[in-house]
Design a protein around this ligand. Structure first.
Ligand SMILES: Nc1ncnc2c1ncn2[C@@H]1O[C@H](COP(=O)(O)OP(=O)(O)OP(=O)(O)O)[C@@H](O)[C@H]1O
Ligand SMILES: [Mg+2]
Length: 271
């Protein structure tokens, strides 16, 4: 297995529904991720970005093509996935610590160790993560006692606490104001630098994509496929100010023009 075969989509297409109600969401498309990659998926609304996340998290089977994880067909062995979406969806009756602890209680192999591990070891693990994102003082609070940005920090911790093989992020910063969003980008960058998870990030924000990712994949309009796979080579850690420098602005403009100027692809019968 080469490094680029950690996750591999080969000629993967998705059509939702049947007969006259069917929607072709994804044209046969290819995508490969190396271990430790931070790949951003960008493209117009409805082009199939979330569909790709559903495929690699095994929530959806492709209509055609194959998906491989670690050189074997997806499903051949369990893949530990961490997810964070636009809505933090923390459980309101649980403290922040217990919310972040949740994957350790329910995801193998942590689940079986949970009782025997004396709770304390996992609590230390959760608290170390909360401290890293500046939330340790709020560990005993409930989600409704936190701001939106703080809830998203906790959400990222919950997605990472079980050391996922794959971290899937679908617009996790999309509902935040610009300043809070930029703070969260820095938090995400720090977490990635400390742990080097393999990340697939869906975002509409091209600055966010270029700031966080080492590759930005641009998709065509629906039925989507990847039309550009762009390396982002700016040195890390990347200061937020670097996003206003000419080379960064140029990259964002080039990505934007690809999305704006790509003609809509062929439509399915339901279009
Ligand atoms: N469960 C479903 N049943 C039928 N059609 C669906 C389903 N999920 C998505 N679609 C359709 O598939 C296409 C791709 O959807 P998807 O959610 O992947 O887009 P997206 O790129 O994530 O869009 P957005 O940026 O707006 O979130 C859309 O046209 C959508 O209407
Ligand atoms: Mg989506």
């Amino acid at each position: 297995m080469s490094r680029s075969d950690y996750v591999k989509l080969e000629g993967v297409g998705v059509t939702y529904g049947l007969g006259p109600d069917q929607t072709e969401a994804l044209c046969p498309t290819d995508l490969s991720l190396s271990e430790g990659d931070f790949v951003a998926l960008v493209g117009p609304s409805g082009c199939g970005k979330s569909t790709i996340l559903k495929l690699v998290s095994e929530l959806l089977k492709p209509t055609q093509g194959n998906i491989f994880f670690g050189g074997r067909e997806l499903g051949a062995r369990p893949v530990r996935v961490g997810m964070a979406f636009q809505s933090a969806s923390l459980l309101p009756w649980m403290s922040i610590r217990d919310n972040v602890m949740l994957p350790l209680k329910i995801v193998p192999p942590f689940k079986s160790d949970y009782r025997s591990k004396r709770g304390g070891e996992y609590r230390d693990r959760v608290d170390a993560l909360l401290e890293q994102v500046g939330l340790l003082d709020f560990a005993d609070k409930n989600p409704w006692q936190l701001s939106g940005g703080m809830m998203q920090r906790a959400n990222l911790c919950r997605a990472l606490v079980h050391d996922p093989d794959l971290l899937l992020l679908d617009e996790p910063f999309g509902a935040l104001d610009q300043f809070t969003r930029e703070e969260l980008w820095q938090t995400m960058q720090d977490l990635w630098l400390a742990r080097k998870p393999t990340v697939l990030l869906v975002t509409h924000d091209l600055r966010e994509a270029a700031y966080l990712a080492n590759r930005v994949c641009v998709m065509s309009p629906r039925p989507g496929r990847i039309i550009e796979d762009r390396a982002v080579t700016f040195e890390r850690p990347r200061p937020i100010d670097a996003t206003f420098e000419p080379a960064f602005v140029k990259l964002v403009q080039e990505l934007r023009s690809q999305i704006v100027h790509t003609p809509t692809g062929k439509r399915s019968s339901a279009a």
